[in-house]
Design a protein around this ligand. Structure first.
Ligand code: CP
Length: 320
């Protein structure tokens, strides 16, 4: 039976799908981060396999482009010993007019156990979760501008790895926040894990003022936004989701909100710099920062494998 309060939890409060960070208790988030820590050691072994999903079929359905998320989900599923199928959406019958739910019904008839879904429409993974059989699990790999929960979790894993304690941190999220599913997932996760100061930094056109209602400090000045921050999460301009010009130019954006060594020097001396990728050098981040000593952008990608292993093994172990 599905929980009335949250479609991703069963009646015992256990995770059966991962659709959003919204409504997930702190204990569930810590449980996934703790499980991911055990999988990090698997990734360092010569034989990088555990049998937790042996005999299960994981279908990767990426209706939108991806480098990091699709690949790390595939690696994670293979390290859990699952059979992995990557549907080539461009060559699939979606191009002949087949509906999303008919595609899902047909893949379910091939005995799918888990769908990993990226879609440009917010809510598509929820729709799939509502219509698939009770034993099938759904993971949202990014839907529209709504949510990217595994990115949120791997970002939390990265912060915990470098900073240990969430309850003493100032975290600045900088850039195109209004179009960002990552920002939304990060803010929800940071708040749930007890971060006392979350800042949203960017021009007025790209930072929604209603974030203040979630306890987020909104800053339209970069120097104020990054001052004494312990963690800076940079976001790219999501031009594919913008309707009309929201900025004078990319160069103007970089001048005011691009993270340069000079602006990074305003943060705490041991601040870490994060970015979900893909990065746009010279637009939101200077190469000297992206490749610098405080950047943890590539470790984020590595941690993403362990975090996605943790999510898949956790939900596969829980019954609807
Ligand atoms: N961070 C992220 O979602 O990257 P991809 O679009 O490459 O998956």
């Amino acid at each position: 039976m599905l929980s009335r309060r949250n479609p991703q939890l069963n009646a015992h409060g256990e995770l059966i799908h991962l659709l959003s960070i919204e409504g997930l208790p702190r204990a569930v988030l810590h449980g996934i981060l703790d499980t991911a820590a055990t999988f990090l050691a698997v990734n360092d072994r010569e034989v990088k396999k555990v049998p937790l999903l042996r005999g299960k079929s994981v279908f990767n359905l990426f209706f939108e482009n991806s480098t990091r998320t699709r690949t790390t989900f595939e690696i994670a599923a293979k390290r859990l010993s699952a059979d992995v199928l990557n549907l080539d959406i461009a060559r699939s019958s979606a191009s002949k007019g087949e509906s999303l739910l008919d595609t899902i019904a047909n893949l379910s008839a091939m005995h799918a156990d888990m769908f990993v879904v990226r879609h440009s429409e917010s809510g598509a993974p929820y729709l799939i979760a509502q219509h698939c059989a009770p034993h099938v699990h759904v993971i949202n790999a990014g839907d529209g501008r709504h949510a990217h929960p595994t990115q949120g979790l791997l970002d939390m894993y990265t912060i915990r790895h470098y900073k240990k304690d969430f309850t003493q941190l100032r975290v600045a999220i900088v850039g195109d926040i209004v179009h960002s599913r990552v920002a939304r997932s990060d803010i929800l996760a940071l708040a749930t894990l007890g971060v006392p100061e979350i800042r949203a930094v960017g021009p007025k056109t790209l930072v929604p003022g209603d974030l203040r209602e979630m306890g987020v400090r909104v800053c339209h000045d970069m120097a104020e936004g990054v001052k004494d921050a312990d963690v800076i999460i940079m976001l790219r301009l999501q031009n594919e989701r913008m309707s009309g010009a929201m900025l004078p130019s990319a160069g103007e954006f970089f001048k005011h909100f691009g993270l340069t060594p000079e602006k990074l020097a305003l943060a705490a001396p041991d601040a870490i710099v994060m970015h979900p990728g893909p990065i746009n050098r010279g637009v939101e981040i200077d190469s000297a920062v992206a490749d610098g000593a405080q950047s943890v952008i590539l470790p984020q990608v590595t941690f993403g494998i362990a975090v996605r292993m943790a999510v898949m093994s956790t939900i596969a172990g829980n019954l609807a």
